[in-house]
Design a protein around this ligand. Sequence first.
Ligand code: SF4
Length: 460
Amino acid sequence: MLSILDIFRIGIGPSSSHTVGPMRISQRFWKRLAQMGHLDQTDRIKMIFRGSLAFTGIGHGTPRAGYLGLLGFQPETINLDAAEAALANLEAEGRFIRDGHSVRFDVQADMVLDYEQVAELHPNEMEMQAFDTEGQRIYARTYYSTGGGFTASYSQLAKPAKDDKVSVGGGAVPFPFGSAKELLFRCAQQEISIADLVLANEDARRPRGKTERRLDQIISVMLAGIERGLHTRGELPGGLRVSRRAPDIWAKLRGAPGANERETLFDWLNVYAMAVNEENAAGGQIVTAPTNGAAGIIPAIIRHYCCDEAAKPDPSKTQVFLATAGGIGLLYKQRASISGAEMGCQGEVGVACSMAAGGLAAVWGGTPEQVACAAEIGMEHNLGLTCDPVGGLVQIPCIERNAIGAVKAANAARLALHGSGVGKVSLDQVIETMRQTGLDMSSKYKETSQGGLAVNVIEC
Ligand code: SF4
């Protein structure tokens, strides 16, 4: 069941696959225990992280996110102060009470980072186990965090996909599409834009007004993230001693609003993208676009190209932008992956750049072919991009990489609009190339912090 609202989800930093996904998995396990009638016997719960979730889990705050899900917090609605208090209580008591059940959970003994057992169906594996008062295991389930906050149980992931049609609402949609080629064909057949086609599909799931309100909410969370990032100074958490830079760049730009250096465009896009990613690194509220690590690119383009001087969004632009970018994101999710642990950073920053380029080309009046061409260029020049976060934190190279990705997205849209939309490389070809490149890439470069910058930069 894919919708553009699954691509843009409100959550907390620093990682959609390593923070939002594990939080959802703990929630799922608790609900599953309730459905199976096991809560009365459950005395203790244990969580085991494998693969990338184990290798970079500490830096990404993965165990903490797992605990919060267990305590009943949801990424969309979490109150960070209440969450901190609940975590402190859990650490002190070694137990929590939920739905009238008192369950033991020792954050030292009941959370395991398993570096030995290989993750089976996806590099982000998480197993949850429940025990009775005798210490007998009464239920266990394995889940996967598949990128962008999406989760799947072992049985869901083991089942082969039925078809590759993007399906909204799980049922009939007016314009199903499983490839960029099919998407463009349907646009031509109906004589409509990609945004209109995507929104018509969304209408099969919910009334248009509800979709528009949700998209407006997504925009406002994105813009609020920029504002907080522009005005919050200090050091980011995690021990790398990385200072937030967005406020100083912002102050310089505000101090010289009329500056007409040609490079000023870069500064604006840089500062907006960095503001979001610094917020993300600090665990703040952001929107997966399509992931947390790559969450700065799309908001930067929206703020610079779809808002007025006072940062007020223009809905006629933002809706077109998000619907188009979301439709492109669905293609990547459906035909490849948006998980850094599967594809490297090309699957995160590369996809965000591609989505943003397509969305911006649409806002600038591009034809569906030019939009697809912009998205293709946005990905083509991110192919092979590895994921090698220093210290397992979503800071270096992630924050600057979003700034570069935002500039690249604008450039890709410009290049596409100079052409007719007919290029040598199609969007489908570049998506498939990204998928194959991701499969061939060594696991050292796929969110394990075992290669690249992560081993060449000395942590201090
Ligand atoms: S390097 Fe890229 S994929 Fe890896 S954590 Fe950073 S933003 Fe995500």
